[in-house]
Design a protein around this ligand. Structure first.
Ligand SMILES: [Zn+2]
Length: 186
């Protein structure tokens, strides 16, 4: 899998306690720190960011998707990493973004005929769900990570709960960030 951190941080509890990761209004944020590098992973229903979960069908929907991709390209729009004296200056050494919407969008026309040829149900299902997964590897020299600010909550008001899990050199834990309480100190 391309997103091992979120899966390992959340996999066990989610499998045990919840019907699925995919819950509108809810998003998962995993943070791990190792040897000066910080790995951030986000998993969220597409509806939280886009308002829809099908492959973009109109120019407006395509523009909305492009805007979400622009926003997610920079980890600072997802989370601010905080040190003792404010936001850490981290360079983004690696980022990856994945969503069923992206491959559907690209391969939409080719797959369309196939879908209709053999099946009577489930073609471009309106109740199909889609997620966004984002992963960032950050180089944060010199300063210790002591907290986070969930910027995703500010940028995407449909996110009502940002479930945070962290594995840091100082320890591990979890918390739920909300629009009313978007910041957490470890
Ligand atoms: Zn959904």
């Amino acid at each position: 899998m391309r997103f091992p951190l979120v899966l390992s941080l959340f996999g066990a509890s989610l499998a045990a306690a919840q019907p699925g990761v995919h819950q509108h209004g809810h998003a998962l944020l995993g943070i791990a720190e190792e040897a000066g590098e910080v790995v951030v992973e986000l998993e969220t229903p597409a509806a939280n960011l886009l308002g829809f979960e099908h492959a973009p069908a109109t120019a407006e929907e395509q523009a909305a998707l492009a805007e979400v991709l622009r926003t997610l390209a920079d980890h600072r729009n997802v989370v601010a990493l905080l040190g003792q004296r404010g936001e850490l200056v981290c360079s983004q050494v690696e980022s990856a973004l994945d969503s069923a919407l992206l491959s559907e969008g690209q391969a939409h026309d080719e797959h369309h005929d196939h879908d209709h040829a053999g099946s009577t149900a489930h073609d471009h299902d309106e109740d199909e769900h889609a997620d966004f997964h984002a992963r960032y590897v950050l180089d944060c020299p010199d300063t210790a990570l002591t907290g986070v600010q969930g910027r995703l909550l500010e940028n995407f008001p449909a996110v009502l709960e940002l479930e945070l899990q962290w594995v840091l050199e100082a320890g591990q834990g979890g918390a739920v960030l909300t629009p009313a309480r978007p910041q957490w100190r470890f």
